[in-house]
Ligand binder design. Structure first.
Ligand code: FES
Length: 84
């Protein structure tokens, strides 16, 4: 099982799952759900190596260092820590 941690909260999800439905439970907002609006931009505080590579849509956004669009993220395994 993989984990997403935010502040004092944590959700578990199967390995290789999309972060989106689980991150929503931690208070992450999602808009377009397709990498176009930027609403789901969060800082990855730890565990970035456990995520899929940046998608082309994320590259188009010029995200800040250590930021990802969570609607574009799959967690391969392990845990990530995010900051809203
Ligand atoms: S929800 Fe729109 S970019 Fe992620």
């Amino acid at each position: 099982m993989a984990k997403i941690i935010c502040d004092d909260e944590m959700v578990e999800l199967p390995d290789n799952s999309s972060a989106m439905p689980y991150a929503e439970q931690l208070g992450v907002y999602f808009g377009c759900q397709d990498g176009n609006c930027g609403v789901c931009d969060v800082e990855i505080v730890a565990g970035a190596e456990n995520l899929n590579s940046l998608t082309d849509k994320e590259k188009d956004f010029n995200l800040l260092k250590n930021h990802r669009l969570l609607c574009q993220c799959k967690i391969k395994k392990g845990e990530i820590k995010i900051k809203l």
